[in-house]
Design a protein around this ligand. Structure first.
Ligand SMILES: NC(=O)CCC(=O)C(=O)O
Length: 267
């Protein structure tokens, strides 16, 4: 698939405890509606509740189905109103099994249909926090956007290159990574985002969070990186920011043909 130029809008959402989840949901829906004309809009990890607000995960858990979950419903409507593909970041998803919670990304088509879900595979916290409270996903997910195959990953997943190789093997050209990455490891975030782009010869669309929740200051640092590792757009702001970049999809094939390193894989 090679769909010309993809305009990506990253919404680096402010997540602070003094704003209710309901108010943030409405505010984010308005921001998404304002992105009409973009080919894909991306939100951060767990923006309704905050990636480190562990004590609120269970209470704020919701269904991924827009007929049942308030965030899914609001994002489905916003995608439809704007006429955009929307990677709506992730929500704390109520699993089918009693008490199970997942960190689940939701992708909507321009008609508001839930086109894909991805349950985060690598949970952060070394047996605490997310790692203790959430169940791990098991399946890498790609999405057939009409212009490009998107590969989905979430925050801490960025540290695990084997997931990204699986996404490339499944045809990914654009790796979309929503995150709630802490400010104190911001340089790791930028380093890994650029590395995943270079080693997989893909675009990386990396959407961070702004603000401070549960005492954890967020890195922001959203960025778009091309398949040669050039940073097309990046914000150094830790405030709420909209970052837009045009991705020339022909670059994926050009870089893979002119420097065919992926063909030399042995394992
Ligand atoms: N929400 C996360 O996955 C945080 C990941 C993180 O802090 C790190 O990898 O460092």
């Amino acid at each position: 698939m090679d769909g010309g130029t993809v305009r990506a809008s990253i919404l680096q959402i402010q997540v602070d405890p003094d704003e209710s989840v309901e108010s943030r949901r409405e505010r984010v829906a308005s921001l998404v509606r304002a992105q009409a004309g973009a080919d894909v809009v991306v939100l951060p990890e767990l923006w309704p509740v905050g990636a480190f607000a562990h004590d609120r995960f269970a209470a704020e858990a919701e269904e991924a189905d827009p007929a049942k979950g308030p965030t899914a419903l609001a994002m489905s409507a916003a995608a439809r109103d704007a006429g955009v593909w929307l990677h709506a970041g992730s929500v704390v998803e109520k699993g089918e099994e009693a008490g199970a919670l997942y960190n689940t990304s939701l992708v909507f088509s321009p008609s508001g249909e839930l086109a894909a879900t991805y349950r985060k595979i690598h949970r952060f916290g070394f047996d605490q926090g997310e790692a203790a409270l959430m169940t791990a996903g098991t399946t890498p997910v790609t999405v057939a956007h009409p212009q490009a195959t998107l590969g989905l990953a979430t925050c801490y997943d960025l540290r695990f290159p084997e997931l990204f190789r699986a996404l490339v093997d499944a045809g990914a050209q654009v790796l979309v990574v929503p995150a709630g990455w802490p400010a104190k490891r911001a340089d790791h975030w930028s380093l890994f985002a650029r590395t995943r782009a270079v080693e997989n010869q893909c675009f990386v669309v990396a959407c961070g969070t702004a603000g401070t929740h549960a005492g954890v200051a967020q890195a922001g640092r959203s960025a778009v990186i091309d398949p040669w590792g050039e940073v097309l757009a990046e914000t150094d702001s830790t405030e709420e920011t909209v970052l837009t970049a045009d991705l020339d999809l022909t670059q994926v094939e050009k870089v893979r043909e002119s420097f065919p390193v992926l063909k030399d894989r042995v394992l």
